[in-house]
Ligand binder design. Structure first.
Ligand code: NDP
Ligand code: OXD
Length: 314
């Protein structure tokens, strides 16, 4: 049995060494090497080189070393085999760190304090709200959204969640589907996006959604935080909404084009915080261990955690 690492944009030799150690009974190949294509049963793919997953007659499953699978599903020739994505405590914990960091930063008006600092201007906010006065709305209440929601709840934020299908989450006001989106937005001061990029969610962070956010929040104008995918956001709409006061600030980890082009006006905007798709950087050792255990489970005829619903796109 052999594994193909169809990975780009990450150090391939590091992943190959890791999988060779974790799966000593398997050969681990990369697309540039000579190998018998009939021997490949499993592929680990991240932004795979074009057609690298085709012509593998015994391929049984594809594993994404990331939580998102939009990079796989956009391949029109993707083989029809089960796809598994990573569900990992290390990655989940890192994403919650990012979300909590940015919610607290906007709660405390840190952007304003930093601008004041640069002007040597001492200006405490006498009306500074507490977490309990601020309503966070999380779009995407899956593995990542739910963990972040629980941590925000623990800090004291007033938290709501929005998902595709209805669900109950203790302590959190839950909304589902298009029909309940307006009510969810209307009670949201800080909008956090942890959605997958699918046909339904593409461009969801747009002018109409921004104008539906709460206008009576204790932090002033509403704020957005997007750590899902860049394809969820309309960057022209974000800039317009920041310009006309519909939005007060934005924390963006993901972008329509990555790396963010040097001429993007987002770089210089005083109310935008940019991070380079690093909200939850994968620890390659933890992720390799997770994927190797998924491969072992499939090999044993089991269905490991992380099976992707290809029809829904996540
Ligand atoms: P999950 O699949 O566990 O959760 C996805 C959530 O989104 C679910 O709650 C789902 O609803 C909801 N959802 C999907 N489609 C819709 C829709 N049309 N309308 C409303 N809600 C919808 O994913 P994860 O939490 O593990 O990851 C989320 C995303 O985070 C990934 O797909 C990836 O793009 C991104 N990510 C970004 C990283 C970064 O570094 N910036 C790192 C890791 C992930 P339901 O519960 O009803 O199914
Ligand atoms: C992921 C990511 O999907 O890092 O895991 O973006």
């Amino acid at each position: 049995m052999s594994v193909l690492l169809a990975i780009s944009g990450m150090p391939l030799d590091m992943w190959q060494r890791e999988f060779e150690t974790l799966l000593p009974d398997m050969n681990v190949y990369t697309p540039g090497e000579p190998f018998d294509r009939r021997a490949i049963h499993y592929a680990v793919a991240w932004r795979h080189p074009p057609r690298s997953l085709n012509g593998l007659p015994n391929l049984a499953a594809i594993f994404s070393p990331g939580a998102g699978v939009d990079h796989l599903l956009r391949d029109p020739d993707l083989p029809h085999v089960p796809i598994y994505r990573v569900v990992d405590a290390d990655l989940t914990g890192r994403m919650s760190e990012y979300v909590v960091l940015h919610c607290l930063l906007h709660l405390r008006g840190l952007l304003r304090d930093m601008q004041n600092q640069r002007q040597r201007h001492w200006a405490p906010d006498p009306l500074q709200p507490a977490a309990g006065n601020v309503r966070v709305g999380i779009m995407g209440m899956g593995v990542l959204g739910r963990d972040a929601a629980e941590k925000l709840l623990h800090i004291g934020f007033d938290v709501a969640g929005w998902s595709r299908t209805p669900k109950d989450v203790p302590g959190i006001a839950m909304f589902a589907g298009e029909a309940q989106l307006p009510a969810f937005l209307a009670r949201t001061d800080i909008l956090v996006s942890l959605l997958p990029l699918t046909e339904e969610t593409r461009g969801v962070l747009n002018k109409s959604v921004f104008s539906g956010l709460a206008r009576n929040g204790r932090i002033g104008r509403p704020v957005i935080i997007n750590a899902g995918r860049g394809g969820l956001q309309n960057e022209a709409d974000i800039l317009e909404a920041l310009g006309d006061g519909t939005l007060g600030a934005a924390s963006l980890d993901v972008f329509e084009t990555e790396p963010l082009p040097v001429d993007s006006p987002l770089w210089d905007h005083p109310s935008v915080i940019i991070t380079p798709h690093s909200a939850a950087m994968s620890d390659h050792e933890a992720i390799s261990r997770r994927v190797a255990s998924q491969i072992r489970a499939v090999q044993a005829g089991e269905t490991p955690e992380g099976l992707v619903n290809v029809t829904e796109g996540y």
